[in-house]
Design a protein around this ligand. Structure first.
Ligand code: SF4
Ligand code: SF4
Length: 433
């Protein structure tokens, strides 16, 4: 999405291109794939309707109004419509860019602006600050306050989103960035050298999962370099319409990782992988094209990387469990990675893999959507849980922290017994120490 010319009623900075909204031929193939259209039956909440709104703004038939704002944020950015569209329309991405227009064109309360700029511009780009901010939450768990809160039902009096946010909190550990070595050497016959992109949510909330990623990569024969001064990938900023801070962090990450001279930059977070692969477009006006292309070619989801390299299975332990897999939208729709996670699960001896219906249908997490639209998110989640239940699998596997939080919470609330595991956690369990 370039920002060269002012387009209709969009401001010049971070607007969709005219081509991106003109491509829609209104065929409707995307409609059955869109969770918000399925929920509401409303044309304006469908991919086709959203693109039509954006086109009307581009053609000055509509101001960038409240309806545009609502649809920009009500879109899950799940990109299922992109997979379905024969014309190459990317309604989710158009809405993502429109979120930045919301902040440029629609007045927000001052406190909201201040809070937003503190979190997105000061806190998230600073890993030390992020880690410090998690300390109270870790103490809250360690000192037993969480147990008291959960058993006193006090949260029933709080707004629904607070109750849900508290309920989703996983067991927190010391952030991985503070304890992972800069270099974890390959084990056995060395096959190459990779850099590990940590990802804020993974290092802060699923530190033990990412620890397994480093261990598994090393066990698979790769030196793993984890640079401590890496920054957030910028996915939260793209979600909230702050594309400029994403560009600043992207520039930092680009230089840092390209200097390492590695075979691949591996991530275990679908949201990070998708954002990192978008640097090419985000920085197109500011960086050398060859550099951006090189960076893009190096970014690999851990399943994509391991399947490409060939998984060493000779030492894997047997896991006699049935497993089903939920596809994170930012892995299957945004990156086209669908087969590799399944190949990886099936490579583990003893696994009985059970395909679920609608595996690539969103789980309703979608960054902050699950907290902003708790009711709608619950309905999307219920559909997913029904599909999980039908498989009667012992374990539900996924590959993105947002999905992980939402699904683990949903299963617990529904009284379903399956644990949720990250793909790499499962492989980690099969990998000897
Ligand atoms: S967005 Fe794509 S699939 Fe949907 S109506 Fe337009 S052209 Fe058809
Ligand atoms: S990204 Fe998802 S929610 Fe948004 S329009 Fe496309 S299918 Fe619908």
């Amino acid at each position: 999405m370039a920002d060269k010319e002012k387009l209709g009623n969009f401001t010049k900075q971070d607007a969709p291109t005219y081509e991106s909204v003109l491509q829609c031929m209104r065929c409707g193939f995307c409609l059955p794939t869109c969770p918000t259209f399925a929920l509401t039956g409303r044309e304006r909440s469908s991919p086709r309707g959203r693109v039509a709104l954006a086109r009307a703004v581009a053609e000055e038939k509509l101001d960038f109004n409240k309806a545009m704002k609502e649809e920009a944020f009500f879109c899950l950015d799940c990109r299922a419509c992109t997979t379905a569209c024969p014309s190459g329309v990317k309604a989710g991405e158009v809405m993502e860019v429109c979120r930045s227009q919301v902040h440029q064109q629609i007045d927000q309360p001052k406190w909201q602006k201040l809070f937003r700029s503190f979190v997105l511009e000061k806190m998230v780009p600073n890993p030390d600050l992020m880690e410090t901010s998690m300390l109270p939450a870790r103490l809250y768990q360690k000192l037993g306050v969480q147990w008291l809160v959960r058993n006193s039902h006090i949260l029933k009096m709080a707004p629904k989103w607070i109750e849900k946010a508290e309920g989703m909190m996983p067991e927190l550990h010391q952030p991985l960035r503070q304890r992972v070595p800069e270099l974890t050497p390959a084990r056995g016959e060395k096959r190459g050298k990779v850099a590990f992109f940590l990802g804020c949510v993974m290092t802060l909330m699923y530190a033990e999962v990412s620890r397994q990623t480093v261990r598994v990569l090393s066990h698979q024969g790769f030196d793993v370099i984890t640079p401590k001064d890496q920054k957030c990938c910028g996915a939260p900023h793209l979600t909230e319409g702050d594309r400029e801070t994403t560009r600043q962090m992207a520039t930092h990450n680009l230089d840092l990782f390209l200097d390492l001279d590695v075979d691949a930059i591996v991530t275990d977070c679908a949201g990070c992988g998708s954002a990192l692969k978008e640097y090419e477009e985000l920085l197109a006006e500011r960086q050398d094209h060859a550099k951006l292309e090189k960076f893009h070619s190096l970014i690999k989801d851990v399943s994509e990387f391991l399947v490409e390299q060939g998984i060493r299975t000779d030492e894997l332990k047997t896991i006699n469990k049935s497993v089903t897999y939920h596809e994170p939208c930012h892995l299957c729709h945004a990156q086209g990675i669908s087969k590799q996670p399944r190949d990886l699960i099936k490579a583990i001896p003893g696994i009985d893999f059970r395909e679920m219906n609608e595996a690539s249908w969103c789980c309703g997490s979608a960054a902050t959507f699950s907290l902003k639209f708790t009711e709608e998110s619950q309905k999307i989640l219920d559909r997913k849980l029904d599909n999980v239940k039908d498989t009667e699998a012992d374990i539900l596997v996924t590959a993105n922290p947002g999905c992980h939080l939402q699904l683990a919470w949903g299963l617990r609330e529904a009284g379903m017994p399956q644990p949720v595991m990250h793909l790499i956690e499962l492989l980690g369990e099969a990998t000897p120490e």
